[in-house]
Design a protein around this ligand. Structure first.
Ligand SMILES: NC(=O)c1ccc[n+]([C@@H]2O[C@H](COP(=O)([O-])OP(=O)(O)OC[C@H]3O[C@@H](n4cnc5c(N)ncnc54)[C@H](OP(=O)(O)O)[C@@H]3O)[C@@H](O)[C@H]2O)c1
Length: 334
């Protein structure tokens, strides 16, 4: 039941959030979006998840990024979101842009993973049920499946839109050649790709190097950067060791082995540049991505409202002097 006491901030669109057009579409996305990969599963408290989601919406974040397998456990981030959708956000559905994805391991057996029509069709239905939604705004193929014909995966995306279960579709982590073919297929079937999601941050400039950013632009798709803080490495989180409540300590994809002495030295050097700019390292890392107009939005993760607030401050200064950029490049090339 909708909570009669939930009222989002009336000035939520006057809090400094800016919105950028996704490629050549009609859609504007907030420069900072919130992702639910971590921190919203059934291992986290519902109260904490609610607090972060409410706060995000209060600050003008209209785009929430999910996937079938986000949690842990698999599916539980969508369930959390579904509960909050029902209790808080239902009256505001038209103000929200909600994404989900399928393609990584989700349920056991041969149909719960990769990019078959069977898998995508079942997954979107499950996601809608978990999230208490009639449709998602964008449905992504979460990763390129080299074994399934690309046409099968793309046609499933097209049909999901035709069935009214998603308004737009997107690609995530597709290599260059596969992305080229996917953009073309989707365009030729009148469901142009809205957005490409790729890992992009100061420590991983692959989308730049592999021309993925340009390719999205040429195909009229927006580019959305995920893990913009390298899962927390590009923040002050690990400057003085590994905090007990951090993503590394909690176990998962980010390992303590990522924190080599060389990486730590880079984090410290970048942190010094950020402090001179009057920013935290997290703020500077997000600003560095947003200086590029080809980036539509950065999807941050946050384990607290304080982190979210810090990240939002990045929007206050996204320009860099030549000297700052040179200094950052020098740190990264060491
Ligand atoms: N398409 C894909 O395949 C794909 C893959 C990965 C992610 N994504 C999307 O991208 C979203 C973001 O990914 P991510 O969680 O890796 O993003 P991230 O923003 O790089 O990392 C988030 C983590 O950084 C730390 N952090 C965030 N803000 C901070 C701040 N201001 N100060 C100090 N620490 C801060 C927190 O770590 P602690 O938990 O240690 O506090 C937080 O959990 C995901 O939720 C998902 O929606 C998509």
């Amino acid at each position: 039941m909708t909570d009669p006491f939930y009222h989002p901030a009336e000035n939520r669109y006057q809090q400094g959030m800016k919105y950028r057009r996704a490629g050549r579409s009609g859609i504007f996305l907030p420069e900072i979006s919130l992702g639910l990969w971590h921190n919203f599963g059934d291992v986290d408290t519902l109260a904490g998840s609610k607090q972060k989601l409410h706060h995000a919406f209060d600050c003008g974040i209209t785009h929430f990024d999910l996937a079938n397998n986000y949690g842990p456990s698999n599916g539980s981030a969508e369930e959390t979101f579904g509960q909050i959708m029902k209790s808080s956000f239902a009256p505001y559905r038209d103000e929200l842009f909600i994404s989900t994805k399928a393609g990584h391991d989700m349920w056991p057996g041969p149909y719960g993973t990769w990019g078959s029509r069977k898998s995508l069709m079942a997954s979107i239905d499950q996601s809608l049920r978990r999230m208490n939604l009639e449709y998602v705004d964008i449905f992504y193929s979460h990763r390129y499946d080299p074994e399934t014909p690309l046409e099968e995966t793309m046609q499933a995306l097209v049909d999901i839109v035709r069935q009214g279960k998603a308004l737009y579709v997107g690609l995530s982590k597709y290599p260059y050649e596969a992305a080229c073919r996917a953009y073309q297929y989707l365009r030729e079937h009148d469901v142009p790709c809205l957005a490409y999601q790729g890992r992009y941050n100061l420590f991983n400039i692959e989308p730049e190097r592999e021309h993925i950013l340009e390719l999205a632009h040429e195909n009229g798709a927006g580019f959305i950067a995920f893990s913009p803080l390298a899962q927390g490495l590009l923040t002050n989180r690990y400057l003085n060791g590994i905090p007990e409540d951090s993503r590394i300590a909690r176990g998962g994809f980010l390992k303590a082995s990522a924190l080599t002495p060389e990486v730590l030295a880079r984090i410290q050097a970048l942190n010094n540049i950020a402090l001179r700019r009057g920013q935290t390292l997290a703020e500077m890392s997000l600003a560095w991505l947003l200086k590029d107009k080809l980036v539509t939005s950065v999807i941050v993760g946050a384990s607290s409202v304080e982190q979210l607030d810090d990240n939002l401050k990045a929007l206050q200064n996204t320009s860099f002097s030549e000297a700052e950029l040179k200094e950052i490049n020098e740190v990264l090339s060491k």
